[in-house]
Design a protein around this ligand. Structure first.
Ligand code: EPZ
Length: 430
């Protein structure tokens, strides 16, 4: 298992450039299955979730070539109507987008139930509700989702989501673009990556409107042609590095961002005492004084993102006073708190709330990444802590953060990747 070795205590400085949005890319790549022609997709993040989806699509006969590390040509003209490897599919949650894409392309789908980070129950009942609204029949058999369109294909329908679901909103949109007639998605999620998927589909000839609102309309078209598209910057990666500067201290220009997408995170960092300055496509974060306590309740966009919850907790662990985090999206997403407490944090978890009493400093020690964003929080904590921190199970982190070692080193942070279990000179956990 790979590890990161981090020497903490150095303020961050310089610049960091944000990559393309992971949660847009993992929907856009499966959606390319719907296109007869070549999709040139730019600003694709070079992360393991994307590499896995490329492997799955290639197994189906997609012709995929890399013009550079972040630009792909994907031609699904001659994809075969074959099942995706369930060993690969089960590794990431975003595999569920293959259901909507295969339904739309072939009229049926058989996809293993998805894997992904474990935050408690993560059902896909809203996805199924949407596909049924398009006329499909959907069964769950032996760990597979089996969906069948009617004889003459999917037809437009109306679906009112019982839960604001990013995945269901995008999956239904993917299934609806080639359906006969118009589809309405009510109570849709509004995340930036949902707008990005809609813009990609429209660039290929679809007719999606209302993305970014809770009412999305998809007018079915007969076919999608090839075209070009560039993925938006990653809101969560940008937020992670902004929070890192606030937690560790320093002065960093975060480049290639859409400031509007960062509003909730920028506001929270200002509330906690950081200086946040917005430019057209960049944000500067500075923090020299003490961090102030704050409260966060995770909400669907434009509220505070659940994917930023572990990261902001590190700021709170070092703030003066008692802060509260209420996790309202998932059953449980506080696994990282025990790891932070090993570093000297003082966090109590009560059901869906974390009570965080700020401490003067964190001590470096061996910790593990419980999931993707928890792993990012461990890296931030290691950069802020005194001494050396070793983060284990970093494969989680590399699912969603492109080139994190170079990006952090470029800001003056001391971090290196260790690929073997070498003798470590770290103090026992406090
Ligand atoms: C997406 O997951 C993201 N993953 C998650 O990011 C993110 O945390 C989440 O959206 C919320 O923003 C990808 O985009 C690949 P949901 P998703 O459907 O689609 C419940 C990361 O760190 N629900 O919006 O699975 C669900 O249990 C990852 O990048 C149902 O009840 O999230 C949850 O409580 C982690 N039935 C809530 O809705 C359903 O059919 C929101 O889930 C679907 C979801």
């Amino acid at each position: 298992m790979n590890k990161y070795v981090i020497q903490g205590g150095t303020p961050l400085s310089g610049t960091v450039t944000i990559s393309g949005a992971k949660n847009a890319a993992v929907a856009i790549l499966p959606a390319a299955l719907l296109v007869n022609g070549t999709c040139r997709i730019e600003n694709v993040p070079n992360i393991s979730d994307v590499c896995l989806l490329v492997e799955i699509l290639r197994d189906m006969g997609a012709k995929i070539s890399y013009l550079n590390a972040n630009t792909l040509d994907i031609d699904c003209t001659h994809v075969r109507d074959v099942e995706s490897s369930d060993e690969l599919v089960r590794r990431i949650r975003a595999s569920y987008y293959l259901i909507g894409a295969q339904l739309g392309r072939f009229g049926h789908a058989r996809v293993a139930l998805p894997g992904g980070c474990n935050f408690g129950a993560r059902p896909i009942d809203q996805h199924i509700k949407g596909f049924e609204a398009l006329g499909a029949t959907v069964d769950l058999n032996n760990g597979f989702v089996c969906a069948y369109a009617p004889e003459n294909g999917l037809r437009g329908g109306r679906v009112n989501l019982d839960v604001v679901s990013v995945g269901a909103t995008m999956n239904i949109m993917i299934g609806a673009v080639l359906a006969e007639g118009t589809t309405i998605i009510e109570n849709a999620a509004k995340e930036p990556h949902i707008v990005d998927l809609a813009n990609f589909l429209n660039a290929m000839g679809a007719k999606v409107s209302g993305a970014g609102t809770d009412h999305i309309k998809v007018r079915g078209v007969r076919a999608l042609r090839g075209g070009s598209y560039s993925i938006i910057p990653d809101q969560i990666e940008a937020g992670t590095y902004m929070v890192a500067v606030a937690a560790v201290g320093g002065n960093v220009l975060v480049r290639n961002v859409i400031p509007k997408h960062m509003d909730c995170i920028s506001a929270k960092l200002r509330e906690m005492g950081a200086k946040v300055t917005e430019y057209d496509d960049a944000i500067r974060v500075q923090r020299t004084g003490l961090l102030r306590r704050a409260n966060v309740k995770t909400m669907p966009y434009p509220g505070f993102p659940t994917d930023m919850q572990p990261q902001i907790a590190v700021c709170m662990a070092l703030a003066s006073g008692v802060s509260f985090i209420r996790e309202s999206i998932y059953d449980t997403r506080f696994g990282y708190c025990a790891e932070l407490n090993r570093m000297g944090a003082s966090i109590k978890v009560e059901t869906k709330t974390a009570v965080i009493s700020g401490v003067a400093k964190l001590q470096g020690c061996a910790v593990r990444a419980c999931d993707l964003r928890a792993g990012a929080a461990m890296v931030i904590a290691g950069l802020a802590a005194e001494g050396e921190t070793v983060v284990e199970d970093v494969e989680y982190i590399e699912r969603g953060y492109e080139d994190i070692i170079h990006k952090i080193s470029g800001m003056g942070g001391s971090i290196r990747r260790m690929e073997t279990a070498a003798e470590l000179s770290i103090p026992a956990a406090v």
